[in-house]
Write a protein that binds this ligand. Structure first.
Ligand code: TYM
Length: 332
């Protein structure tokens, strides 16, 4: 670890293949910032079982998500790429922090409210304490910066509150983490319901573009994207579908909204949708090729995972021991 550099951390759940929102809202920033920070990127397997998972599928998806981190351009030598459950200290710190988190605070989390409505037959304690585990992920690594999408902002604020409370009682223990959220891609919307965020659990197969979708599928999904009855590509109020496509195109093709408006002035939505689809597919193609190559090398992936687990454990040992001492446990 470079002492001159600050720490950056973020995790992704392995509950499905990442979608375009995960990529543009989070992963792309991880790749961009990886040289400027000591980086820790993880697969949140512990978080994923708050919703019932098929074990065989979950195991495969953890491996797939891990390979995708590397395929996206994260360097396992430079950054620590780990699976959360491989470092037992996450769960341990989570327990301790749960004793410094109020029931009322957790009850106010919008994600808990949404998920408990959606999975009303399985409102388990893990779903409720989910944000505490997330705070533990962040605080364990003394993260300065946490690049996430807008949906995680409330959880980040809770992590800051927990850190502040703990530091207030015991003196400086945890670094205060700042969120890093990119404006245009903070919330990529569903292609079918553009007032709803693109989500891994959406049952409509046309709502999300998965990062491993092939070019034809990507173009088809964009062609079917819900827009409006006008024919003007511009970011006016009420044009949620078009604004979403413009945001995606802007992020993928590196163009401003003005440039996009000028490019499609006098053209129909068909041309625009095709351009967004093609640009998205072209952007994802190198990652998909790299994913194919890496996935075939099981020994390499396993070696990376093992190395990541060791690096993650070592990087966090000191913090947990410090916490044990501060709260009054006997440290051997
Ligand atoms: P997860 O797996 O739902 O999403 C991974 C990342 O993708 C972002 N994201 C989006 N960004 C833009 N538009 C969208 N439609 C969209 N959907 C998702 C998320 O904000 C996230 O950055 N609880 C976290 C995982 C986690 C974590 C952490 C993150 C566990 N521990 C510690 C940061 C720090 C989650 O479920 O992300």
């Amino acid at each position: 670890m470079d002492e001159q550099k600050k720490n950056m951390l973020s995790l992704i759940q392995p509950t499905n293949t990442p979608h375009l929102g995960n990529y543009l809202g989070a992963m792309q920033n991880w790749v961009r910032l990886q040289n400027d920070y000591n980086c820790f990127f993880g697969i949140a397997d512990l978080h994923s079982i708050t919703v019932r998972q098929d074990p065989v599928k979950l195991r495969a998806q953890i491996k797939e998500s891990y390979a995708l981190l590397i395929a996206a351009g994260l360097d396992p030598e430079k950054s620590t790429l780990f699976v959360q459950g491989h470092n037992c200290q996450h769960a341990e710190l989570s327990w301790i922090l749960s004793c410094y988190t109020q029931f009322g605070e957790l009850s106010r989390m919008t994600q808990f409210k949404d998920k408990s409505a959606k999975y009303s037959d399985n409102i388990n304690a893990g779903l409720f304490t989910y944000p505490v585990l997330m705070a533990a992920d962040i605080l364990l690594y003394q993260a300065d910066l946490v690049p996430v999408g807008a949906d995680q902002k409330q959880h980040l604020e809770l992590a800051r509150n927990i850190a502040q409370r703990f530091n207030g009682v015991y003196g400086d223990t945890f670094t205060m983490p700042d969120p890093y959220i990119t404006k245009t891609t903070a919330k990529v919307m569903s292609l079918q319901e553009p007032t709803k965020k693109m989500s891994k659990s959406d049952e409509n197969p046309n709502a999300s573009v998965w990062v491993l979708d092939d070019k034809d599928t990507i173009i088809r999904k964009f062609k079917r994207a819900v827009t409006d009855s006008e024919a003007e590509v511009c970011a006016r109020e009420g044009k949620d579908g078009i604004i979403n496509l413009m945001s995606i195109y802007s992020a993928v093709a590196g163009k401003s909204f003005e440039e996009i408006e000028a490019e499609f002035r006098g053209k129909g939505y068909g041309d625009f949708k095709l351009a967004v689809g093609e640009a998205t597919a072209d952007m994802l193609a190198p990652m998909q090729a790299e994913f194919k190559r890496i996935s075939a090398d099981k020994a390499y992936l396993e070696a990376c995972m093992k190395q990541g687990a060791e690096k993650a454990y070592k990087a966090t040992r000191k913090t947990l021991q410090k916490v044990h001492k501060k709260v009054g446990f006997v440290v051997l």
